[in-house]
Ligand binder design. Structure first.
Ligand code: ARG
Length: 267
């Protein structure tokens, strides 16, 4: 994770961002700190990357890479404003002993790439390019399922879908675990793909999606989720998950939430 010391909204690269709108940085820092504590309180290890001045979106660590099986597929950001973030993250990975392969095509890491057990779900349409999906498949040697995003408010896959668990027995036995998602964020064909792969998925409403309820992190039991996503929280509880509400409302001004602030190191 990357402390939001320099967090701000200075440019607009998604519909949530209003370059003139003021950001309460003290509130953002307190909310971010509460997320760190929620992770630690539930037994997770949190490491941090040094924030860099002049990079207001660097707090969104999820976008920097995809780490899977101890291998790092580094991002090539879509927006010029975010490209310098790669250097800071790559330095962290090198220091931690990882080799980083940087994507040739535009790719925004876990923002659009979700490892789901035996395969990988990959979003495209606004940021990550289809050419990156092919690269990711070659790099990890795992099947990539391309999903088309069509609503600009849900410009990254992780704003419209998250993995609940890798193998809950809730899926159809394909080994992809189970997910929660907002169907209207996807093209008709991609919606069909998700319906076919995940017949028992948790289906979120537009209200839940608009408060970044799908920008959640699940460890298979605890689900770190926006408290405003009431309907989703009820559904998760009914399914036996333990919702852990963490409010990151200040980051919505930049189009981000819990998952955006979290890079998962899958060693
Ligand atoms: N302002 C950032 C951008 O538009 C927000 C990134 C949110 N991250 C995410 N994983 N969805 O790039």
């Amino acid at each position: 994770m990357c402390e939001p010391r320099h967090f701000d909204v200075r440019y607009a690269i998604n519909p949530w961002m209003d370059a003139g709108a003021p950001v309460d940085r003290a509130l953002a820092r307190a909310q971010w700190q509460a997320l760190v504590e929620a992770y630690r309180g539930h037994g997770h290890t949190v490491e941090t990357v040094a924030p860099v001045e002049g990079l207001p979106d660097m707090v969104f660590a999820a976008n920097a890479a995809l780490v899977w099986g101890g291998r790092v597929f580094g991002s090539s950001f879509h927006a010029a404003e975010r490209r310098p973030e790669s250097a800071g993250y790559e330095a962290w990975f090198k220091e931690a002993g990882y080799e980083v392969h940087r994507s040739g095509a535009v790719c925004e890491g876990e923002g659009d790439l979700v490892p789901a057990g035996r395969f990988l779900l990959a979003g495209t349409g606004f940021r990550t390019e289809r050419a990156a999906h092919r690269e990711v498949q070659e790099f990890f040697g795992r099947p990539v399922i391309s999903l088309e995003l069509t609503d600009p408010r849900f410009y990254h896959l992780d704003t419209a879908l998250f993995l609940l668990d890798e193998d809950s027995g809730e899926g159809d036995g394909t080994g992809g675990g189970n997910i929660a998602y907002y169907p209207a964020a996807f093209s008709p064909g991609s919606r069909e793909v998700l319906r076919w792969l995940y017949p028992r998925a948790v289906i979120a409403t537009e209200e839940d999606a608009l408060v970044f309820g799908l920008n959640s992190v699940s460890d298979g039991r605890n689900v770190f989720v926006a408290p405003q996503a009431r309907g989703l929280i009820d559904q998760l509880t009914d399914r036996g998950y333990l919702p852990v509400p963490v409010d990151l409302s200040e980051f919505r001004k930049a189009g981000g939430g819990i998952k955006c602030c979290t890079q998962e190191i899958r060693s």
